[in-house]
Design a protein around this ligand. Structure first.
Ligand SMILES: Cc1ncc(COP(=O)(O)O)c(C=O)c1O
Length: 383
């Protein structure tokens, strides 16, 4: 078996043609043609009013916080389990991240923990649709509304996921997406900010262009801001991918189903959860091993790598990693966030790239079961 990568995109002739077309034509008066088409198509796909193409999801979260006026003295609640990009922009604007616990099934922000983390300084919350899973949006939005807390949805990993008929990215004051090369829909590097709020959209357009007002042809900047733009070549790639979105999502779901089939009946393995009335698009098929096997993620990753299978660790709690562990509030999070701390050591993302086929999934699952059986603990079939 060849080396199996953990993730990667599905690029066809369509993407190559669109990028070549952009390289040839998207200059002079047409410089923005692919950005405009990509933004328009993305807004239509989600059913939102405005979409702004950006260089990354990190930029989208940063601009969201800036546009919402979050700054020094404010607290922003973020789940403890996520990529650092969900939290770093809180520090960029001088606010303080507060790490809340996650739900045991969805691995996303737990509504009750969110409620408990609210203080008089809480200005915003950044729920994350982790690995394509979805949190209990109704409960989270109810708490946010009651407490006048702005919501920035980090849907970096969840393009196409659906909660009660609404697509991921539509739940907050802003929604943010990543099109990094590992993502289901890719532009190589890239991101999108979406919103229904005109004043946020208008503010984001200024903030992402060095503080230039719309129509400022004199380059007479009124404030110091950011330079966050997506190139037309990336937008062309994104548009082609978006036109194939149903095919891309179907492949992700198929890959998950193959894993589910191979691993079904093993009660001690927890896979991504699809709650009733949701559609999970399974960006990364993820498995949490029962602690009783005594196989932590580092060991599992090494053993899989020996058999030419790349895995990634389930995210470490942010309150544990060196970047944040001495941060205000990290100590409390370490003892409060019992779910995060109990599942994170035993989780890995299994290979979920678009190049996965049934044979590769069977091989990965065979190796995984082998490793567990050799741990000396018997796998118990579930009833
Ligand atoms: C949950 C989450 N949030 C934010 C980001 C940041 O995305 P980007 O790399 O496009 O800045 C990522 C990227 O992997 C992510 O997984």
């Amino acid at each position: 078996m060849e080396y199996i990568s953990v993730t990667g995109p599905w690029i066809t002739q369509k993407e190559i043609d669109y990028v070549a077309d952009a390289a040839e034509k998207a200059w002079y008066a047409n410089a923005n043609m692919y950005n405009e088409r990509f933004e328009g198509a993305f807004a239509k796909y989600l059913g939102v009013k405005y979409a702004v193409s950006l260089p990354s999801c990190t930029a989208a979260i940063h601009l969201s916080l800036m546009a919402l006026g979050v700054g020094p003295g404010d607290e922003v609640i973020v789940p403890d389990i996520t990529w650092i990009a969900s939290a770093a922009p809180i520090s960029y604007v001088g606010a303080t991240p507060v790490f809340a616990d996650v739900d045991r099934k969805t691995w996303c922000l737990a509504a009750d923990s969110f409620g408990k983390c609210i203080s008089s300084r809480t200005k915003a919350v950044i729920p994350v649709d982790l690995y394509g899973n979805l949190p209990d949006w109704n409960a989270i939005l109810g708490i946010a509304e009651k407490n006048h807390i702005a919501v920035v949805e980090d849907a970096a990993e969840a393009v196409g996921s659906v909660y009660r008929g609404r697509k991921a990215g539509c739940f907050g004051d802003t929604g943010t997406f990543s099109f990094h090369g590992s993502k289901t829909l890719t532009t190589g590097e890239g991101g999108m900010l979406v919103t229904d709020r005109k004043e946020i959209y208008d503010r984001v357009l200024i903030l992402r262009d060095h503080g230039r007002q719309p129509g400022d042809v004199m380059f007479f900047n009124k404030e110091i801001a950011c330079k966050y733009k997506m190139s037309s070549l990336q937008a062309a790639l994104g548009l082609a991918q978006l036109e194939r979105i149903e095919e891309l999502l179907a492949r992700k779901i198929q890959i998950f189903k193959w894993y589910e089939q191979e691993l079904q009946g093993l009660a001690e393995l927890q896979l991504n959860y699809e709650a009733p009335q949701t559609k999970n698009t399974y960006w990364m098929v993820t498995v949490i091993l029962d602690a009783k096997f005594g196989i932590k993620k580092e060991k599992l990753m090494n053993l899989m790598e020996e058999r030419k299978i790349a895995c990634r660790p389930f995210f470490f709690p942010l309150s544990l990693i060196p970047a944040y562990q001495h941060h205000a509030g990290a100590k409390i999070a370490q003892s409060r966030n019992t779910v995060s701390y109990s599942i994170s050591p035993y989780g890995v993302n299994l290979p979920s790239g678009m190049d996965m086929d049934e044979a590769k999934v069977k091989y990965v699952c065979g190796v995984l079961k082998d490793i567990i059986l050799n741990s000396g603990t018997r796998l118990i079939p579930s009833r």
